[in-house]
Design a protein around this ligand. Structure first.
Ligand code: C2E
Ligand code: CA
Ligand code: CA
Length: 718
């Protein structure tokens, strides 16, 4: 195809030279136009005002709706779909009127089945004659159109993701004008997208808030990265306070310059609550809400660091509730918990605002006391604590008196080391306990030695049974009227190869603390039953051996079964054994205890209450539990004053009413024996008759006095 074919021939020119010149120029212009047409990939049409194709030029004929020959003479309405033809016609009309028309797009179905998009640029063809024709350049923009559609669909997807997001999302330009925000934004702020877009924070919020928002937007832009902040706001959705964590990040334009800020705000109220809960759980005791051992250790180190830098003294106190175990065992764990809470409150009330009270575990509390000018300041605080504990505790509707023991160590006097200070305060606390409880003690160097001794005792005791270091001694029990020996009490002795004879008062508490008492108790039972079997083998008057059982033994499983096995093994009969228990076992009035005691009773054992009168004054258990014997504690007998005399008489009359036997413990003088006999007490034990002696000796005593007559005037020991 050449352009010369389609343009009309020039008019005849008279001047031939001029004519030649014009012809050359025309040819050049035609070649130039032809060059342009071949250079562009577009299709060029010439059409008349009715849209009839007059001429078509293209180097890509496959872009035509029909072959060129088929097009010529037909109109756009014949060739294009009606809606597309309408667009094309409108472009032609506009160009006819205005001279040019740009930017209309139509889509055309090609013979190969493809549909492609074209952008039309139409211009009125300059012409000398009156007939108006139009030149339409049709550019294939299918790829661009597809890319635009793809972008658009991604945009729609992104927008719907934004809308369903629970997080609040918004974008502002560099002037702080909102470009978009999502539904969550509306939910939290109560402002719709229509309210927000096109506005700045100054139009939407109070000036002060708007200013802080603007500043943090700018900070995010300056930082060039994510800026995170947290803020409490009131949600418009439900009026509740919500903690928002906002992340702001600069939005970049394609050229890399900052175009605005994107913000995402997340409701972290719940997360924050669980974070706090985790912190609380990690560092606070759930029962009393006091700092726990880890937080205490942290603060202890902080206290030392600041004491070093300020040149101050500081104190560490350890506090242990006296006889807490008894309350826990007898009144139940919920009551024990209540006691701990009340104790925590009293400790807090006894110290200064800047002291830290912590619970280290069990019934053990600790206090950090920074900035102590003098040791006596600590003494005053310790006295405060003891004083606060002197007031009665109301537990489960009962009045209970509970004391505590306090140990104190001083920084830097005793040590500059955190662990040492705690260890030393602990030793001091043990000393306070040993010296009668409800007491406080300062640490002194020789205390460590006694704490170490306790640990040594503990480990030695574990081996005492295997090494055969334990012995049972027996203290005779006599009839007060005749002095006849009717039985004896088995009392445990520990003959240590280096430490010598260790009294039970020293090792029984250690055995109870460590649980070793269960094993020791088994050994005692077996030995005592063996002895009882021997004593009764050749005698017609029964001789009872009394055995002490710890509360711990009742709490460990299988007690009754193992007692039955021991009877089997030793050939001992149950009626030759009396089981001594303490009041504390009965105080919780547990059904299991009642069951165990009833079972032992029905097996034939008799049951005695040891140290009667020293425990709690809840006498109702006497009627509920199967008790055969009351053993009056020796503190009532040893110091017989008027008050004690009356108490002893009262105990004797209770026992008479309930049909129980009474044994007076710790009878040391003839006067005491006479008083007891005169008031109807049945039997007694005590140094007046004999101390506890080894098995061989008690056999000798029985042989020397076959009728069991033990005359006080011929005492067997001094
Ligand atoms: P308890 O059961 O009250 O034993 C009586 C204690 O009083 C014994 O001390 C005994 O030697 C002492 N005593 C006896 N007559 C007199 C006296 O006239 N005057 C004075 N001042 N004391 C006298 P012991 O043997 O040192 O035992 C102390 C405690 O150790 C016992 O008190 C008992 O609670 C516990 N115990 C001893 N052996 C065992 C045992 O095998 N198992 C358990 N669970 N506890 C035991
Ligand atoms: Ca006893
Ligand atoms: Ca006793």
């Amino acid at each position: 195809m050449t352009l010369s074919q389609s343009f009309p021939e020039p008019a005849v020119i008279v001047d031939i030279a001029e004519h030649k010149q014009t012809e050359r120029e025309l040819k050049k212009a035609l070649e130039f136009a032809e060059g342009i047409i071949t250079a562009i990939p577009d299709v060029l049409f010439e059409v008349d005002e009715d849209g009839r194709y007059l001429q078509v030029w293209t180097r890509n004929p496959e872009l035509l709706a029909h072959q060129k020959e088929m097009l010529l003479g037909r109109t756009v309405n014949d060739v294009l779909a009606p809606d597309q033809a309408a667009i094309a016609m409108e472009a032609l009309r506009a160009a006819g009127k205005e001279g040019v028309a740009y930017g209309r797009c139509i889509c055309v179905s090609l013979p190969n089945g493809e549909t492609r998009w074209f952008e039309l640029s139409v211009a009125k063809r300059p012409s000398a004659d009156s007939a108006t024709t139009l030149l339409a350049l049709s550019r294939d923009i299918t790829e661009r159109k597809q890319a635009e559609e793809a972008i658009n669909s991604v945009r729609i997807q992104l927008l719907s993701v934004l809308q369903t997001m629970p997080d609040m999302v918004w974008v502002k330009d560099t002037d702080g004008v909102y470009l978009l925000c999502n539904h969550a934004y509306e939910r939290l702020t109560g402002k719709t997208e229509a309210d927000v877009v096109g506005k700045t924070d100054f139009d939407l919020f109070e000036t002060e808030r708007a200013r802080t928002f603007r500043e943090s937007d700018k900070a995010a832009i300056e930082a060039g990265g994510i800026l995170v902040s947290e803020e409490w706001v009131v949600s418009r959705e439900n009026g509740q306070s919500v903690l928002l964590e906002t992340r702001k990040v600069p939005v970049l334009a394609p050229g890399g310059e900052v175009a605005g800020v994107l913000g995402v705000s997340r409701d972290v109220t719940e997360l924050n609550a669980s974070r706090q809960k985790i912190h609380q759980m990690a560092f606070y005791d759930p029962l009393t809400s006091l700092p726990n051992r880890s937080l205490f250790n942290d603060r202890l180190r902080q206290m030392i660091t600041s004491a070093v830098s300020r040149g101050q003294r500081a104190g560490v106190m350890l506090i242990d509730i006296d006889h807490f175990k008894v309350v826990n065992d007898t009144m139940g764990h919920p009551v024990g918990d209540e006691l701990l809470c009340q104790a925590a409150a009293r400790l807090n009330a006894s110290v200064r605002d800047y002291d830290t009270v912590a619970r280290l575990g069990g019934d053990e509390f600790a206090i950090l006391l920074p900035d102590i000018s003098q040791g006596d300041g600590l003494g005053r605080i310790a006295n405060n604590i003891l004083e606060k504990f002197r007031e009665r505790f109301l537990l489960d509707g009962q009045e209970v008196f509970i004391s505590c023991s306090v140990g104190i160590a001083l920084y830097p006097d005793d040590s500059a080391d955190a662990n040492d200070l705690v260890k030393y305060a602990d030793s001091a606390m043990y000393l306070a306990k040993r010296s009668g409880r409800s007491n406080f003690r300062f640490y002194s160097k020789d205390l460590t030695a006694s704490a170490e001794e306790r640990m040594r005792l503990e480990s030695e005791l574990r081996r005492a049974i295997e090494r055969g270091e334990l012995e049972l001694h027996y203290q005779p029990k006599v009839l007060l009227t005749s002095g006849a020996m009717i039985g004896c009490e088995a009392l445990l002795r520990w003959r240590h190869p280096e430490m010598g004879m260790i009294p039970p008062a020293r090792f029984i508490p250690v055995a109870e603390d460590t649980g070793l008492i269960v094993e020791l108790g088994q050994w005692v039972l077996r030995e005592a039953c063996q002895t009882a079997a021997e004593f009764n083998a050749d005698s017609d008057s029964p001789h009872k051996v009394a055995v002490n059982l710890s509360v711990k033994q009742f709490q460990s499983p299988g007690l009754v079964r193992s007692i039955a096995e021991i009877l089997d093994e030793t050939g001992c009969r149950s009626e030759w054994v009396e089981i001594e228990i303490t009041e504390s076992l009965l105080l919780d009035q547990k059904d299991e205890t009642l069951e165990m005691l009833s079972e032992l009773r029905s097996m034939g054992f008799s049951i005695a209450i040891d140290d009667f009168g020293t425990g709690y004054s809840a006498l109702n258990y006497l009627a509920r539990f199967p008790i055969d014997t009351l053993k009056i504690d020796r503190s009532f007998i040893n110091s017989v004053d008027r008050r004690n005399e009356e108490l002893v008489k009262a105990i004797l009359s209770i026992a008479r009413c309930l049909g129980q036997n009474v044994v007076a413990e710790g009878v040391e003088t003839a006067e005491q024996a006479a008083f007891l006999a005169a008031n109807g007490c049945g039997s007694a034990q005590g140094f007046l008759y004999s101390k506890a002696v080894p098995k061989a000796e008690i056999i000798a005593i029985r042989l020397r006095s076959p009728a069991g007559d033990l005359n006080p005037r011929e005492r067997l020991c001094g």
